[in-house]
Design a protein around this ligand. Structure first.
Ligand code: FES
Ligand code: FES
Length: 211
């Protein structure tokens, strides 16, 4: 080995250590636009990991079944999740979570709404009725009684949505015939196929035979 080579080896080692150090120091956290904290890894890999910062919450007042409920929710939280997971009202069911089955139907200002398709923040200050708010003490709502009398359910998963939709259907005057009931209840699916009994129940309730 020549003198020149012996002098070059420490320089090479130093160079390798410098690269490793630079890589370690390069893995620093930097704040990125949009509230994301980006950990930029140095060195040859160039990999990046984004850590989301906590989502902002909004204070929302929901008038549910006649009671004012205040809740802090992220802007992305649906009315269905706010009712079920924040307010403990599990009557509205999550079937499809995409507006196709009607299991999550509630009334907002008296109109039926699929609660999985609206955000809680959009319903701030509004009157919301869920299936828990229909009965008056021990006295069931006429539509609830009609569903029981007509045996209009099997597993019951769709039933709260069916009942809420039926309440609105009757109130809207869309229960004049079986065909009309089928049309205006068509947004509520029943996997158990209880449709004939549901139509019977809605017809009864519309005729005031629910009691
Ligand atoms: Fe909302 Fe199915 S869960 S429509
Ligand atoms: Fe089972 Fe309707 S009663 S889905």
């Amino acid at each position: 080995m020549s003198d020149t080579e012996e002098h070059e080896r420490p320089a090479d080692d130093h160079s390798r250590r410098s690269v490793l150090k630079a890589g370690a120091v390069g893995a620093v956290a930097v704040a990125a636009p949009g509230g994301l904290t980006t950990i930029a890894a140095g060195g040859a890999s160039g990999a990046e990991h984004a850590l989301p910062s906590p989502a902002p919450t909004a204070e929302v007042t929901l008038h549910v079944n006649g009671v004012e409920r205040r809740v802090a929710v992220e802007a992305r939280v649906t009315l269905l999740d706010a009712l079920r997971e924040r307010l403990g009202l599990t009557g509205a069911k999550k079937g499809c979570d995409r507006g196709e089955c009607g299991a999550c139907t509630v009334l907002v200002e008296g109109e039926r709404v699929t609660s999985c398709m609206t955000l809680a923040v959009m319903e701030d200050g509004r009157e919301i009725t869920t299936v828990e708010g229909l009965a008056r003490g021990d006295e069931l709502h006429p539509v609830q009684e009609a569903f029981i009398r007509r045996d209009a359910f099997q597993c019951g998963f769709c039933t709260s949505g069916q009942i809420m939709s039926a309440v609105a259907c009757v109130r809207e005057g869309h229960a004049g015939s079986d065909a009309e009931i089928r049309e205006w209840m068509s947004g509520n699916l029943c996997r158990c196929g209880c449709y004939p009994n549901i139509v019977d129940a809605v017809r009864d309730a519309a005729k005031g035979h629910g009691k």
